[in-house]
Design a protein around this ligand. Structure first.
Ligand SMILES: [Zn+2]
Length: 413
């Protein structure tokens, strides 16, 4: 299958091997984040293949079906600045990097996929010179207007030349939850190496799928999320691109993440023992084998059957259900578990989604006020990773007689 929307890779994008095997096949799903307005609702949004595959040679877990990026960035709504609590997180992040790696004031920090510039603003407060690279034009404009110099483009060798001639080489390069969304990951990483100063560090924070899969977080799989990294695969990738990992820390966001620090291969910093320890534990947990993924896939099927049975029995009793959460992960969950027949609409606290319709199925998204008026018998938390903050914020609805259902990692209500 190959057309302007999608292609299927038969070679590993990291090592070039053709020993690729599908390990998880999800239901076909439209682009998960393309919530549409009333006007665009008339347009059909095609469901496209969504699979995970593993390279048997280097262990790279990835989507073999790749969407053209021009398709996926069209209606890009998300701005990192809208997520509360992020400023504090970025301030700590920036401080950690500057202190741990002795980054001098006025050094150049480049953030790739810099979004609205929130993270670079934290580095600026640490006295650094900052430049962002962001392909989504509205968001790049917004960042420039708020005083964060931002190049509106995809990161490439041309962008590297532009930055080096204008500002010099970068002492810190960050890629925050975007490295997994890069198609040509090898050339991208080689461009990073070209931009990095001799004693600079490249810091990647990304989802860590061994931990995400432990809590059944399969709905973090979506069409713009091409790579599902282990430290072992990252180490192999960086090695090919003139970089080496010197530190890895596990972090909490998104059900399990890692912050990986790299430097040039002949860099002077010592490699910390955490790197070897995590790679060893990955080998022991058999994360590079295929059997684990088969079990994972089977356990999802069991969960799906149990959840459908529950929702059916609720509907049979004439009770009402609404769903909570409108994001790329809830789209994956709705499609793979085939949940759309069981609720009338979706509510979300995110204003940017209000008045829109879910991708493909066009289920309306309303403000959470709506559930206080309708008082549904049950509220299915599709955004289950945020169940604590949702049930805390909306505890009043329980007093009004509604019951929350949490679908994952096990059904709870
Ligand atoms: Zn490979």
């Amino acid at each position: 299958m190959s057309n302007k929307f999608i292609r299927k890779d038969i070679l590993c994008r990291v090592c070039g091997s053709d020993e690729i095997e599908t390990i998880l096949k999800l239901n076909d799903t439209p682009l998960e984040d393309q919530f549409v307005d009333e006007l665009n609702k008339q347009r059909e949004q095609k469901a496209l293949p969504l699979e995970l595959a593993i390279c048997k040679k280097c262990g790279y877990v990835h989507l073999p079906y790749i969407i053209n990026p021009e398709e996926s960035y069209v209606d890009y709504l998300y701005k990192s600045g809208v997520t509360p609590g992020l400023r504090l997180h970025y301030d700590e992040y920036a401080k950690d990097i500057v202190e741990n790696y002795n980054i001098e004031k006025e050094s150049l920090v480049v953030d790739l996929g810099s979004n609205d510039g929130s993270m670079l603003a934290s580095f600026k407060r640490q006295g650094m010179n900052v430049v962002g690279v962001e392909p989504a034009n509205l968001i790049a404009d917004y960042a420039n207007q708020s005083g964060i110099k931002t190049i509106n483009d995809y990161f490439s060798n041309e962008v590297v030349s532009k930055i080096v001639s204008g500002y010099g080489k970068a002492d810190v390069i960050t890629a925050n939850y975007m490295f997994a969304n890069i198609d040509d990951i090898v050339n991208f990483t080689k461009s990073v190496e070209a931009l990095l100063s001799e004693d600079g560090v490249f810091v990647v924070e990304t989802g860590y799928h061994p931990e995400q899969f432990n809590i059944k977080m399969f709905d973090y799989i979506y069409h713009e999320h091409f790579s599902y990294f282990t430290v072992g695969t990252l180490s192999y990738l960086f090695d090919q691109c003139g970089l080496k990992i010197i530190d890895v820390q596990k972090t909490k966001p998104k059900g399990g993440s890692i912050r990986v620090v790299t430097q040039k291969q002949d860099g002077l910093r010592e490699t910390l023992p955490s790197v070897g320890m995590i790679i060893d534990s990955e080998k022991e947990s058999n994360i590079y084998g295929i059997e684990m993924y088969r079990e994972f896939s089977n356990s999802l099927q069991e969960l799906k059957a149990d959840l459908i049975e529950l929702l059916k029995s609720i509907k049979d009793k004439g009770k009402s259900i609404v769903a909570f959460g409108a994001s790329h992960s809830t789209t994956t969950l709705i499609y793979h578990f085939e949940l759309s027949d069981y609720f009338d609409y979706i509510v979300d606290d995110n204003k940017a989604k209000h008045g829109l319709y879910s991708p493909g199925l066009h289920i309306p998204v309303f403000p959470t006020d709506r559930m206080y008026v309708d008082r549904p018998d049950y509220i299915l938390i599709l955004a289950w990773q945020h169940k604590l903050s949702i049930t805390k914020k909306h505890k009043l609805i329980i007093e009004k007689g509604s019951t929350f259902i949490v679908p994952l990692p096990k059904i709870d209500y």
